[in-house]
Design a protein. Structure first.
Lengths: 409, 247
């Protein structure tokens, strides 16, 4: 009896118990669909995060105040914040840091913006003209901030496209007035859209001169300190050199002799990326593990049903043996039957997973990337599960003595 | 019944015309700590073309003997030659091949697979023998025509009468051209008309030269055979020729 014949016999047996076979497949089906969806969700999140980080701009380093201090002692000798506007100015000095192209200190806070009778709460970013290049943004309408705006503490604002839309509807916002913290600002420009792939909405923000923001909006201790300094290297090749220069310069400025006690952190895009992806990888592994468990349960279901099937078909097995089916052949037949159950469940599960990946993003607003590798792997796994859990029932069937099998009524 | 033939025919194992050569076969079942001897030492020779009925009350060992003859079970001790081949020491896989090639079984309930049509039931032994599909169908249909079921080829067992089912089972037993037809109470589930029908088929087969071993507890069924072997308590009680019966 050839393999094709065995396959047909198995298929007949599966078809003759439609409901039971269907329910058995369901276990595998759900498991495979869950694996494909969770892995897809994880990969989707990973892509989302990396595109968000890439959107920050190329050749970018981000300096943030010390998270590497220990025991609560910060290196800034008594000051509560460790990065200042003068740090940013120093980093921008070409003679000190030749590999640094541009520097943009930035402070941001959530503020309420009012235009006429409309108000909108968004992130107000105080920064310098270099921000535009460093963050790889462009201006859609009007102009960006100028050095005159900074030195003159001008009450000028550049809006993100979403923000402009929220405050002014379709009307041209350039030249209109927006009130931030009781101070009327003149809209001088609107940023071009960054796209929607970012985790945080880069299109919804208001950019003002850092001097104006520090002195007139935020006030307090933020007058001289900055929350982050964006540093752009001259090219991707000089990124590590720029990192070294910025690090050395800041250590000197902050009088820190031990580099491990630095009161600031310099993150490159790459390090941000690897942190973010490792987080979502962990999540994927966790979710995938849960899904794999459900696959295991599905496999146990296959074994259960195959054992029932062997018991139920004892007479048939006996007869087939009497007619010349060897134990090897009987074992093969039940193994093939279990594998077919697994494969059918796997294929249907993959289908359900792919349909889910197409439908779900519309409902839960997160991308699901179905990876072909994961899908093929999942289907292969389903066959393997069918086979692995079919081994025991199949060898039970093979070991049945034909007379015992024929005797049972 | 003749009384002068009670001496067992001395077996000549492996003779050219010998289909079954059984020598001092015993079968002991272990039930917990109790050993039950189902067969106490049986020697039997059946030659080609013979039509033998094996009789005996329940517990006489006739079923055990039938299982050993049919290679469905192996003897505890003794030797068994089937069509000149020693089958006493074969493995399960090897016994499967012997069953497939040498023996055509007819079971009491016919044991047809209800999900398969008549011809698919008949072709089963051929498929285990590795015969190509087209030839299987041709031979299965030819065999069904031979037992008079040429118009029932595509019927399922549930659509056939008891007599027709028994003939499907016969066709299945014959399809692989076995050395031996082994029937276990083939008329047990049939009415008298169907019984007569089936016994006529057996008689025809006997005339055609087939070797038939038939296990039964019905005297009138045994009366149609050429030779009757009676078992009691695991031993052969008598082995007689039917002068009046036979073909």
């Amino acid at each position: 009896m050839g393999w094709l014949e065995t396959l047909r016999t198995s298929w007949d047996a599966i078809r003759s118990h439609r409901l039971r076979s269907g329910l058995t497949m369901l276990g595998i089906l759900i498991g495979i669909a869950a694996v494909i969806l969770t892995v897809g969700l994880g990969e989707g999140a990973q892509q989302q995060v990396s595109s968000a980080i890439n959107a920050l701009g190329t050749n970018l380093l981000v300096v943030t105040p010390g998270s590497s201090t220990t025991g609560g002692v910060r290196g800034g000798s008594g000051t509560s914040v460790s990065l200042t506007a003068s740090d940013a100015t120093a980093l921008g000095d070409k003679s000190v840091a030749p590999d640094i192209q541009a520097v943009a200190p930035s402070n941001s806070r959530s503020e309420s913006l009012t235009a006429g009778s409309t108000n909108w709460t968004t992130s107000v970013v105080g920064t310098t003209p270099d921000w535009l290049g460093v963050r790889a943004r462009t201006v859609d309408v009007g102009r960006f901030l100028t050095n005159q705006d900074i030195s003159g503490e001008a009450a000028n604002v550049v809006l993100g496209p979403s923000t402009a839309q929220e405050l002014f509807g379709g009307a041209d916002p350039v030249g209109r007035t927006v009130t931030i913290g009781n101070i009327p600002f003149t809209v001088v420009g609107v940023l071009a859209s960054e796209g929607t792939s970012s985790a945080q909405n880069q299109d919804d923000q208001a950019v003002v001169p850092i001097s104006t923001a520090s002195d007139r909006i935020f006030g307090g201790s933020t007058r001289t300190s900055v929350q982050s300094i964006y540093v752009e290297a001259t090219s991707a090749d000089t990124l590590s050199a720029a990192y070294q220069e910025a690090n050395q310069e800041l250590l000197t400025l902050h009088h820190v002799t031990d580099p491990t006690a630095a009161d600031f952190t310099i993150a490159s895009q790459e390090s941000l990326l690897s942190t973010a992806t490792s987080v979502s990888k962990t999540l994927t592994i966790l979710l995938g593990g849960v899904a794999a468990l459900s696959l295991l349960v599905g496999g146990i279901g296959v074994m259960n049903i195959m054992l029932v099937s062997v018991t139920e078909r004892i007479r048939e097995i006996g007869l087939r043996k009497a007619l010349g089916a060897s134990p090897t052949l009987i074992r093969r037949q039940f193994l093939v039957e279990a594998s077919v159950l697994g494969l059918a469940g796997g294929l249907l599960g993959a289908l359900l997973g792919i349909v889910g990946a197409l439908v779900l993003p519309g409902l839960i607003s997160s991308t699901i990337t179905v990876s072909p590798t994961a899908t093929v792997l999942a289907i292969l796994t389903s066959i393997a599960i069918g086979m692995a859990f079919g081994v025991y029932p199949a060898s039970r069937a093979a070991r049945l003595a034909p007379i015992d099998a024929l005797r049972s009524e | 019944m003749s009384l002068d033939m009670t001496t067992p025919i001395p077996p000549v194992i492996g003779g050219p015309k010998t289909v079954i050569g059984i020598q001092d076969v015993t079968k002991i079942y272990q039930t917990g700590s109790v050993e039950v001897a189902a067969l106490g030492g049986v020697s039997l020779r059946i030659d080609e073309g013979e039509y033998v009925a094996i009789m005996g009350p329940s517990g006489s060992g006739k079923s055990t003997l039938m299982h050993i003859i049919g290679c469905l079970d192996v003897a505890t001790a003794g030797s068994y030659f089937l069509a000149g081949e020693d089958v006493s020491g074969l493995s399960e896989n090897e016994l499967a091949v012997i069953r497939n090639k040498r023996i055509g079984f007819v079971f009491q309930q016919f044991n047809l697979l209800t999900s398969l049509t008549a011809w698919r039931n008949v072709e089963l032994p051929l498929s285990y023998a590795g015969v190509p599909k087209a030839e299987r169908k041709r031979r299965a249909v030819a065999e069904l025509e031979r037992v008079g079921l040429g118009d029932r080829v595509e019927h399922k067992p549930t659509e056939l009468s008891g007599g027709q089912q028994s003939r499907v089972a016969l066709a299945r037993a014959l399809v692989n051209a076995p050395s031996l037809i082994l029937a276990d109470e083939p008329t047990g589930a049939l009415d008298s008309k169907a019984t007569a029908d089936v016994l006529n088929v057996f008689s025809d087969l006997h005339r055609a030269g087939h070797t038939i071993v038939l296990i039964t507890h019905e005297e009138d069924v045994a009366a149609r055979a050429q030779r009757v072997v009676r078992l009691r308590d695991g031993f052969i009680e008598s082995d007689t020729s039917n002068l009046v019966g036979g073909a």
